[in-house]
Design a protein around this ligand. Structure first.
Ligand code: FYN
Ligand code: ADP
Ligand code: MG
Length: 569
């Protein structure tokens, strides 16, 4: 018989849930299963929002995209081993893009795992995760949840944002501890995203270079969009009168209609500029790695603003590095550039002429008439463009090859952080996870423009969209294949070619299968009507836009990256 007073205990689920709440986390994305099913039930019972997916990669994509759009890391939770590996694909994509998120996976017990004794879903997950994320931690004791989650949050959002992995060991998930001790461990982190203004000498060096420029250019990347200092960036652009070129996800940071937008003159301004101020973009493959024909085969005088010091000089020498957070630095630059004369009229005039030329060339193709079921990328997206122009609050998600390239060129953006796409890696598979993450985290309607191939990587999440009744319209650019749908088998026999799908597929029926709205659109007029109705109803909708199987080019605008077969001797 014991005369000890009964001590109130808390369990690991309590420790984790309280820690997430103390960090302001409201949504969890993932898939339940051993050993986390009761954990996510407890989260929901405790008032947390749970969003259950059909594949962990899509849940992790949702977490990453919500992190990008809001600055609050999305949190994804998975089962062990394959669940963790699937989640890591999304975490790796978030890290590569600089988006904050946290991935947590349940794990088998340490004893069995470390001795490789064959536990259920045994895998050394921490080891696997480490190279794909900004940081990877393991919780082995429930008392460590407050520190682990605060640390993961701070790591995800400070400096260059990225994904953080937390391994939830069996030992951590199975413990209990006295409630009174637990209360003493709980805390909310102070200032997890500290301002990091740049050094005054770096600002002066950059300002002097810009003042001396004859053909200056401001290159805006998704880091600038992420920084959420939209008004200050607009003021910097307008006060200096310098033309700006948005990277794809920076479209809309300033409206695509802005008179200083050099987007439609991309291949003119990059080689022609003399000084280029880079705000939150990397000189990676998307920018010819800073040299070569993209830049007129000259070394430009680059001013690079980035929060990560070792991004500077990563590809070519940077004349004026400015290390700091964009929100602080843009304010510092505006002060240093006060009174600077506006950019040269001849430079601006030359750009305006090219912009108009590109627009005039594109315009008639957007209105071309085609027979029913034979739309092409131009006239179908021309119809979408006109509807979206009237709905600038829509978040656009865009992936594919031709669907991506044409979507980026044709669909104008008017507001910041309204475009999510294949991003730094050029991936397929962000579509439905990204759309769901965007709809949940922003509360805005989402339109996904998907190549029929790209859609396949996450298409099962149409059920998730329908289950949560999310205002998402998916437009499948259906030409029946990867790049094109009419390629014959190169061997001359009847099997489909490597790039072909079932001809005439009815992707719209995937929505009706789950209680959503499915529409087949064979003409631009039908596409317009279907999209308008969907935006009005806010019902989950899949529109099967039927394209000519011959519409499209291999690898879109990056076909130069393909390797051709060497000729036989
Ligand atoms: C742009 N352009 C326009 C407009 N906007 N013309 C008319 N009107 C408007 N509004 C012009 C622009 O000047 C370019 O023409 C052309 O359209 C394309 O513009 P974009 O997209 O900005 O430029 P470009 O050269 O394609 O950009 C390079 C890139 C981009 C690498 C940054 O291709 C990209 O982001 N690619 C991602 C590809 C990817 O991830 N694919 C997934 C894998 S596909 P010119 O100035 O005449 O050149 C696997 O197979
Ligand atoms: P894009 O694909 O649009 O060219 P990238 O993802 O390549 O953009 O580059 C974004 C850059 O922005 C990264 O180098 C990242 O370190 C940087 N960055 C992200 N957030 C901030 C911020 N708040 N302040 C400064 N730099 C930032
Ligand atoms: Mg296709």
């Amino acid at each position: 018989m014991s005369n000890e007073k009964e001590v109130e205990l808390v369990d690991a689920f309590y420790m984790m849930i309280e820690s997430l709440k103390n960090n302001g986390i409201k949504n969890l994305y993932g898939i339940p299963g051993i050993p986390i099913t009761a954990l996510v039930r407890s989260w929901q019972a405790d008032g947390g929002k749970w969003f259950g997916f059909r594949h962990e990669t899509n849940a992790a994509m949702a977490a990453g995209v919500s992190g990008y759009l809001t600055g609050v890391p999305g949190v994804c939770i998975t089962t062990p081993a394959p669940g963790c590996l699937n989640g890591l694909a999304g975490a790796a994509n978030a890290t590569t893009n600089g988006w904050p998120m946290i991935l947590m996976s349940g794990a088998a017990g340490r004893r069995n795992t470390d001795l490789q004794q064959g536990a259920f879903e045994e895998m050394d997950q921490l080891w696997a995760a480490r190279q794909h994320v900004k940081a990877a931690f393991r919780v082995n004791n429930l008392r460590d949840f407050p520190v682990a989650i605060a640390r993961a949050y701070r790591t995800a959002v400070s400096g260059r944002p990225g994904a953080v992995y937390i391994d939830l060991s069996h030992e951590a998930l199975t413990g209990t501890m006295p409630a009174a001790d637990a209360a003493k461990l709980m805390f909310s982190p102070v200032d997890p995203t500290p301002k990091q203004p740049a050094d005054a000498a770096a600002i002066k060096r950059a300002a002097d270079l810009l003042k001396g420029a004859k053909k200056p250019l401001i290159l805006l990347g998704k880091g600038a969009a992420y920084a959420q200092c939209d008004a200050d960036i607009k003021a910097l652009v307008e006060e200096t009168g310098i033309p700006f070129l948005p990277m794809s996800m920076a479209k809309g940071l300033l409206s695509d209609n802005h008179p200083q937008n050099a987007g439609p003159a991309r291949s003119y301004v990059l080689p022609e500029c003399d000084v280029c101020l880079i705000l939150g973009a990397r000189l990676n493959w998307l920018l010819g790695n800073g040299s070569g024909p993209t830049w007129g085969n000259q070394l430009k005088k680059f001013i690079q603003v980035d929060i990560l010091p070792n991004e500077i000089d990563s590809n070519v020498p940077i004349a004026a590095p400015v290390v700091g957070d964009i929100a602080s630095v843009v304010g510092q630059l505006r002060a240093a550039l006060k009174g600077m004369p506006k950019a040269d009229a001849a430079w601006m005039g030359g750009i305006a002429e090219r912009v108009q030329g590109s627009k005039d060339k594109l315009a008639p193709t957007l209105k071309a008439q085609t027979a029913p079921g034979m739309m092409n990328y131009r006239n179908s997206l021309g119809a979408v463009r006109d509807v979206l122009a009237k709905n600038p609050n829509v978040v656009l998600v865009n992936e594919g090859a031709n669907a991506l390239d044409n979507g980026r060129m044709i669909i104008d953006q008017y507001l910041p952080r309204k475009r999510v796409d294949s991003g730094t890696w050029g991936i397929m598979g962000i579509g439905m996870g990204g759309s769901i993450g965007a709809a949940i985290s922003t509360g805005e309607p989402v339109v996904a423009i998907e190549g029929d191939s790209a859609f396949g990587f996450s298409g099962m999440e149409v059920e998730t969209m329908c289950r949560y009744n999310l205002p998402i319209t998916v437009i499948i650019m259906n030409n029946g294949g990867i790049y094109k749908g009419n390629e014959p088998n190169a061997g001359g026999y009847d099997d489909p070619s490597p790039t072909a799908f079932v001809p005439g597929a009815r992707y719209d029926m995937m929505a009706t299968a789950f209680g959503g709205v499915g529409v087949q659109a064979t003409t631009p007029e039908e596409l317009t009507a279907a999209l308008e109705a969907s935006l009005k109803s806010r019902k989950p909708t899949v529109i099967n836009a039927v394209l000519d199987p011959d519409s499209g080019v291999e690898s879109g605008r990056i076909s130069g990256l393909n390797i051709e077969r060497k000729k036989k001797a």
